[in-house]
Design a protein around this ligand. Sequence first.
Ligand code: SF4
Length: 236
Amino acid sequence: MHAVAARSRCAPKRLCSASAQASAHPLAWEYLKGVERLSFCDWAGRNVCVLFFGGCNLACPTCHNARIAWAPGSVPSLSRAEVLGFLKARASWLDGVVVSGGEAACVPRLAELLEEIASFDLPVKLDTNGMLPGVVETLLDRELVAAVAVDIKGPWRLYPALTGGCVDPETAARRLQAHFAMAARRPGVFSFRCTTVPLLTQEDIEEARRQLPAGFELTLQPYKEPRKYARTDLQA
Ligand code: SF4
């Protein structure tokens, strides 16, 4: 039921063209739905805070942040002033800021928000599902992002199932290959990761690994059951 319901959420024909819609949208801060004040595991070797933005162009049935991804309007936005105040107070203790979601690359006027963060002299890492290479390239060209972590959901042929019907195999391959090309031009900037969701077999994971060009690594992330379905909720 979850996957079927998710199908209607994606809009592959209008995969969030932030630049085209900029003037019609409110500030990117209005999409900010959560902050993790300190994380040691979201950017290797760095103490960072993580900003979670609402909205997503996919509908993965195993989504961990389904509420902010699919119903961002149901989650109050954080105050820009409070978050900027937090960053100002903590900038000297942090090694960077991770911009995550949802799909942060979908957020209209994200570049303007990143320009504000840049004033704290904190490098930014972008987490992305890999469907908006043009947005990623623009942010890199403007030096608003120092690192990019890209999801490889699995073998291209499984993208329809892995994304709730939002992406066909050809589109997945084309958009991820655009990231591979960017990564080849910018050594050390990109990392690629795959969450080992239940749909993927070991053979699928090996197939996904083979999709990366030589010299690129695929980091595996263990799948954790989405909290709304976690057994611990039933035990609480
Ligand atoms: S790309 Fe990420 S945030 Fe979007 S639906 Fe998939 S798992 Fe959820």
